[in-house]
Design a protein around this ligand. Structure first.
Ligand SMILES: Cc1ncc(C[n+]2csc(CCOP(=O)(O)OP(=O)(O)O)c2C)c(N)n1
Ligand SMILES: [Mg+2]
Length: 788
C-alpha cells in the first residue's frame, strides 16, 4: 500500500493527529508522574509539574506543531505546558528520553521551557507569566525592523510570532502595556492563542471577564476569533431543541461548568434536566448514556482538533494580529478534569495505573514514542517527518547566527581634559558621534538600534536620534519641522529609522531589549540594542529585565540619571538599590563610571562584550552631575575589571578612599585633606563592584577547586599594597552594602558610605550632607577608620 497517499487523506490525517494527541497527553502526564513518583526523591521536596495545565492545551499544541506552524515561526509556550512541548520535540526526534526523565532535575528538561537550559528548540523562555506572551509582540516588531533595514537572513521567509497563553496570563498588566505598544507600532504577524480553561492557580476565573478582554483586543486593532464549541456540540445545537442547549451552556457559570465536568455524566443530566426538562433539548439529551452525555457537554472547541486546525488555518494568510480564545477544560482527559484545585494536582499511582491501561501502554514501554497507538509506526514517522514544522529552516536548524560587527579599538571622544561634563552627556556625545557613521564607525552605527520609554531626550539620546531617525513601519513626517517650528529634535519616522520610541512602560523597554537581544538567533541579524531609562525605574521593569537576561539576550542598558542626582524630581526618584541589583543580576555586567574617559572605555567594551559568545548584556549607571574631567591615561583593562588607583597607595599604607560614580569630587577633596596627615593613602576609582565581586568569587572558587592561571582576582591585586591592618573608606550614591564586602577580600576594615534611606528632595550639597556622602562625612569616616 502507498503510505504517502494514505496519510494525506483527510480522515487519516485526522486520525493520526488524534493518536498524537493521545501520545502527548500520555507523555506529558507520565513525565511529571515519573519525576514525582518513580524517580528517587532525596530531599523530600515536592517536585511538582502541572498535568492539568498540560492536558488543557494538548489539542491546541497538536494542531499548531503538527499541522499549522512553519519552521520560521517563533513560538512562546505557556510555562506549564513545558512537558507537552518537550514531548512534541521528542516525537520530532529533537529531544532525548533521558532529558525528559530528568524533568526538573539538574541536567534534565527545565520545568518551564528555557532557551539556555533546553537548547535550540526553545524560541522564548517562559516562567514568569505574561512576559513570554508579551515578548512575542516585540519579537514580531524586531522581525519587521530587521527586514526593513535589510539586515539578517533576507533569503528566509518571514515567520509568525505565536504565544500559547494561559488565560490567567491576561491578568498581568504587562500584557496590556504590550498591547498598547503593539498597536502604536502597527505590529504584524502575531498570534496569541489563549488556552481559555477558565482556571488559574487558586480558582475559576470570573465569567464576565473575557467579554471585556475581547473588546480590549478589538480596540487595539486585533482580530479576535473564539473557538468555543467542538463539532459534536455544534451538530447537537443544529438539531431541534439545540438552541436551548446552546443557550444553557452559554449561560452556564464557569464554576458550575467546571464542577459538572469533574462530576461527570450523571450530574450533567441532573443539572440539564432541572432547567431543560420541558424543552425539546431532551431529545438530544435523553438517548445518551451518562458518559456519552459527559463527552458531549465537554466537547469544547479547544479540544476539537478539527475545529482548532480549521480556525487557525482560516487566519493563516493574513498578517493582522489575531487572538484566538480557545475554550478548554483544565485537566481534560484526566481524573481531575475541571476541578478547581487541579492546578498543581498530580494523579495518584492508582490513577496513573488506570490511565496507563486505558492508553494501551505496557509496563516498561512508557517512554516508547509510538506505544499504544493504532497506527503503524512507519506511518507515524512519515507523518511527523512531513509536518511543515519539521522541515529544516536552515541546514543548521532553526537557530540562526549573525557575524559580529567590528567595534573600533577606541570610540570617538572629544577632548575632555578640563571640561565639566556628566557621564550622561558623554554617553549622548559618543553615541551621536558614532551616529555620523563615518569610516570604521559605519558598520557599528548601522547595527545599533536604540530605544527608550519616553525618556529619549532626557537621557541624551536626542542627537543620535536626530542623525539616525525614528523607526516606524510607515514614513511619517515631523510636523513641527514641516511647519518650521523651532525644536532641537528632528522626529521624522521611517522604516529606516534606528530608534524605537516606546511609551513610558518600562516592562516594554526590557521586553524589547530582550527581543532585540535575541535577534541574531531569531533573525540572523546582528543588532546592537541600546536602551535608556531613568535609573530608579529599572525597578519598574525589573522582572522583564531579569527575564531578558535569563534568556541570555544581549543588549546595553543605560540607566540615567541615578541616585541623588534625580532627587530634585522628588524623594522617590532616588535610586538606592540599583547598584546592588547590578551585582546580583546574572548575565548582566554592571558598571558605574565617574568620568567620561572611563565611560568611553566601558561603552566600547559593552558593544564588544554583548557580541561575544561568552559575553553578556551590559548595564551602565550614569549621572547628570557635571564633573571636571581629568587629563590622564587610563588602564582600560582595570576600568573594565572594576577598579583603578587614581592615586596608588604607598606599600603598607594605612588607609585608602574608594569612590564610585559622581561622588568623585567629594572623595577627591576629602582625599586631599587626608594625604596631608597620611602621606601614603590611596584613592581608588571603583567602576564596577559587580565585576570586582564576580571576579573575586570566581577566584575563590577556582582556588577551592585547585588553583588555575587566574587564581588571583583583580580586587585582590588592587588591594595588595595596603597594610593588612589598613582601613578602606568607600562612598557611592547608592546603598553602602555595594562596597561593604570589600573588607572580606583581604581583611581590611571598611567604613562604607552611601544613602540607605530615601525620601528627601533637595540639591546636591544638602542631600550629600543629609545622606552622609559629602566631604565632611568622608573625612569623619576616615577618622573613625583610623582610630578603630
Ligand atoms: C508573574 C507570576 N505570578 C505568579 C506565578 C505563579 N503561577 C504559576 S501558574 C499560575 C496560574 C496560571 O494560570 P493560567 O495562566 O490560566 O494557566 P493554566 O490554567 O493553563 O495552567 C500562577 C499564579 C507565576 N508563574 N508568575
Ligand atoms: Mg487557566
Amino acid at each position: 500500500m502507498d503510505t504517502t497517499a494514505t496519510i494525506t487523506a483527510t480522515t487519516d490525517r485526522l486520525h493520526i493527529l488524534q493518536q498524537l494527541e493521545r501520545k502527548l497527553l500520555w507523555l506529558s502526564s507520565w513525565m511529571i508522574h515519573n519525576a514525582n513518583h518513580i524517580r528517587p526523591n532525596r530531599d523530600g521536596l515536592k517536585v511538582g509539574g502541572h498535568q492539568a495545565s498540560c492536558a488543557s492545551v494538548i489539542s491546541i499544541m497538536t494542531a499548531l506543531y503538527f499541522e499549522i506552524a512553519r519552521p520560521q515561526d517563533r513560538i512562546a509556550v505557556k510555562p506549564h505546558a513545558g512537558p507537552v512541548f518537550h514531548a512534541i520535540n521528542y516525537l520530532f526526534g529533537r529531544q532525548t528520553p533521558e532529558k525528559m526523565q530528568g524533568l526538573r532535575q539538574l541536567g534534565g528538561v527545565q520545568s518551564y521551557p528555557s532557551r539556555v537550559k533546553d537548547g535550540p528548540e526553545v524560541d522564548f523562555s517562559t516562567g514568569s507569566v505574561g512576559l513570554g506572551v508579551a515578548m512575542t509582540t516585540f519579537s514580531a516588531l524586531m522581525a519587521d525592523y530587521v527586514r526593513l533595514h535589510g539586515l539578517g537572513r533576507t533569503d528566509l521567509p518571514p515567520g509568525r510570532h505565536i504565544a500559547i497563553a494561559g488565560d490567567a496570563e491576561l491578568d498581568e498588566g504587562n500584557i496590556y502595556e504590550a498591547l498598547l505598544e503593539g498597536w502604536k507600532h502597527d505590529v504584524r504577524n502575531l498570534w496569541w492563542i489563549v488556552d481559555y480553561n477558565r482556571q488559574s492557580l487558586d480558582s475559576v476565573v470570573p465569567d464576565r471577564l473575557f467579554g471585556r478582554i475581547e473588546g480590549l483586543f478589538r480596540d487595539m486593532g486585533w482580530n479576535v476569533v473564539t473557538i468555543k464549541y467542538g463539532r459534536r456540540l455544534e451538530a447537537a445545537f443544529a438539531r431541534d431543541g439545540g438552541e436551548a442547549l446552546r443557550a444553557w451552556i452559554d449561560d452556564c457559570p464557569n464554576s458550575l461548568y467546571s464542577a459538572l465536568t469533574f462530576q461527570g455524566g450523571a450530574s450533567w443530566r441532573q443539572a440539564l434536566l432541572a432547567d431543560l426538562g420541558r424543552s425539546k433539548a431532551r431529545a438530544i439529551i435523553d438517548p445518551l448514556a451518562d458518559d456519552e452525555l459527559g463527552a458531549l457537554m465537554t466537547n469544547l472547541g479547544g479540544h476539537d482538533i478539527e475545529t482548532v486546525i480549521d480556525t487557525l488555518r482560516a487566519e493563516a494568510d493574513g498578517d493582522q494580529p489575531t487572538c484566538f480564545i480557545a475554550y478548554t477544560i483544565k485537566g481534560m482527559g484526566l481524573p481531575f478534569a475541571g476541578h478547581k484545585d487541579n492546578h498543581a494536582g498530580l494523579m495518584t499511582k492508582e490513577q496513573m495505573e488506570g490511565f496507563r491501561a486505558s492508553m494501551g501502554i505496557r509496563p516498561g514501554h512508557e517512554w516508547d514514542p509510538f506505544e499504544g497507538l493504532d497506527v503503524p509506526e512507519h506511518d507515524l514517522r512519515d507523518f511527523l517527518a512531513a509536518c511543515p514544522f519539521a522541515t529544516p529552516l536552515t541546514p543548521q536548524g532553526r537557530t540562526l547566527s549573525a557575524p559580529s560587527v567590528t567595534v573600533p579599538a577606541a570610540l570617538p571622544v572629544a577632548k575632555l581634559a578640563g571640561r565639566k561634563m556628566s557621564t550622561q552627556a558623554g554617553f549622548g556625545d559618543i553615541l551621536a558621534e558614532i551616529g555620523r557613521g563615518q569610516g570604521e564607525l559605519k558598520a557599528l552605527a548601522d547595527h545599533i538600534v536604540t530605544t527608550s520609554p519616553d525618556v529619549t531626550v532626557s537621557t541624551n539620546l536626542g542627537p543620535w536620534v536626530n542623525r539616525r531617525g525614528i523607526f516606524d513601519r510607515h514614513t511619517r513626517n515631523d510636523v513641527f519641522r514641516d511647519a518650521k517650528l523651532a525644536s532641537a529634535q528632528r522626529w521624522g519616522m521611517s522604516p529606516k529609522g534606528q530608534h524605537i520610541e516606546l511609551g513610558i512602560a518600562e516592562q516594554n523597554l526590557f521586553l524589547l531589549l530582550g527581543a532585540a537581544g535575541l535577534a541574531p538567533g531569531m533573525t540572523g541579524a546582528r543588532v546592537l540594542p541600546v536602551g535608556t531609562v531613568y535609573d530608579p525605574f529599572v525597578n519598574r521593569g525589573l522582572d522583564a529585565l531579569i527575564y531578558a537576561c535569563y534568556q541570555d539576550a544581549r543588549f546595553l542598558l543605560v540607566s540615567t540619571p541615578s541616585g541623588l542626582t534625580l532627587a530634585p524630581e522628588g524623594g522617590q526618584h532616588q535610586s538606592i538599590n540599583t547598584p546592588m541589583i547590578g551585582m546580583a543580576a546574572d548575565r548582566l555586567a554592571s558598571f558605574e563610571p565617574a568620568h567620561v574617559d572611563e565611560l568611553a572605555i566601558l561603552l566600547r567594551h559593552a558593544l564588544a562584550h554583548m557580541q561575544r559568545p561568552d559575553g553578556s548584556a551590559v548595564w551602565l549607571r550614569l549621572s547628570t552631575r557635571q564633573l571636571e574631567q581629568p587629563a590622564r591615561t587610563l588602564d582600560g583593562e582595570a576600568v573594565i575589571a572594576g577598579a583603578h588607583w587614581v592615586v596608588p597607595p604607598a606599600d603598607g599604607a594605612r588607609i585608602a578612599i574608594g569612590y564610585q560614580g559622581p561622588v568623585a569630587p567629594e572623595a577627591m577633596a576629602a582625599f586631599a585633606e587626608l594625604v596631608a596627615e597620611e602621606p601614603g593613602a590611596g584613592l581608588l576609582a571603583i567602576t564596577s563592584p559587580d565585576r570586582l565581586h564576580a571576579g573575586w568569587i570566581a577566584a575563590l572558587r577556582a582556588r577551592r577547586r585547585g588553583g588555575g592561571p587566574r587564581a588571583e582576582s583583580h580586587i585582590e591585586q588592587v588591594l595588595t599594597p595596603l597594610s593588612p591592618e589598613a582601613a578602606l573608606v568607600t562612598v557611592l550614591d547608592g546603598h553602602p552594602g555595594t562596597h561593604s564586602w570589600l573588607g572580606a577580600v583581604r581583611g581590611h576594615r571598611v567604613v562604607p558610605l552611601g544613602p540607605d534611606h530615601f525620601g528627601q528632595s533637595g540639591d546636591i550639597p544638602d542631600l550629600y550632607r543629609e545622606y552622609d556622602i559629602d566631604q565632611d562625612a568622608i573625612l569623619d569616616a576616615c577618622a573613625q577608620a583610623l582610630l578603630a
